[in-house]
Design a protein around this ligand. Sequence first.
Ligand code: 13P
Length: 341
Amino acid sequence: MMASVAMMMRAAAATTIQTTPSYSHLTARKTMTPSARTRKNHRMDNNNNNNRRRRRGELLQIVSEGTGRFIVGGNWKCNGTRESVKALVEALNKNVPNIEKNCDIYCCPTFLHLPYVKDNLNERFNVCAQNSWVEADLVDPEHHYDSTTGAFTGEISAEMLEDLQVPFVLLGHSERRTLLGDTDEIVGKKVAHARYHGLSVVVCVGETLEERENGTTFDVIFKQLKAVAKEIDDREHSSWGSSVVIAYEPIWAIGTGKVATPEQVQEVHSKIRSWLAENVSEDVAKATRIQYGGSVNASNCADLAKLSDIDGFLVGGASLNGDDFAAICNASSVHYKAVGR
Ligand code: 13P
């Protein structure tokens, strides 16, 4: 049953996304169970290699831009009535002929509206859940593969999203971190569990205004990234680029109309990429798509899209308007032109 769902998801993904997420990690997880010691040794080898290379200065010439397709997400957050969701779906569908073919797109309705949106939104748009559940006290990585369905009132599990053939899930959004108690560690575990169930994940990271002003932006972001990287096994790095998207969303820019400057975004994105190169691998750093989110709209997206290290946007308010969202998706062409691709 599980294998057939995974096969169906692969087939669905192949028809809707050109950079087809690889689900090889799904098979790998379920058939290989090396001991924690083997994984630890593997990681130590990687760290030692990186340390040697850092001393030789090789890691200083780190990749400074990604190689993935532009990707734009619409986070509908806790918005929508049956009527307004139907109207948004219609507006988005109407825009399909106007949207460039050169980017991947996903939309995140509430769980309640997810089945309707999945059935009625044009295949040009992927659907994405806004969260999935995992138990906080799962400390042993091998237990990420335990079922998270059961007596957890009010929660939605990755297994259910897999069953519904939802290809993406958004994890670690700052609203969940700050309002609903998602810690870095829980976000890491959610990522591991969702990937185990064949979902591609969009992981949000970002600092508060206070953290930016007291100079700890990178400490915060690297800690958030570390909690995710820790949960992704070395063997799965080959599928990381196609199945993990990072969304940099400075909290002070979300819903405030105060968009980060292109310089601020470029600095953070290139540091995230350098962190990935040093702490995961250079291949992962190149392949990982890094989106910017925070007050992106149809008027400011083109300037941001010119940046070499922006691989797309995660859009809140402006994604609730079909025409605006389509215009933001089309910033992909501005990006490719600016970076010469
Ligand atoms: P806004 O685009 O409304 O600022 O929201 C950004 C966001 O939080 C997307 O996840």
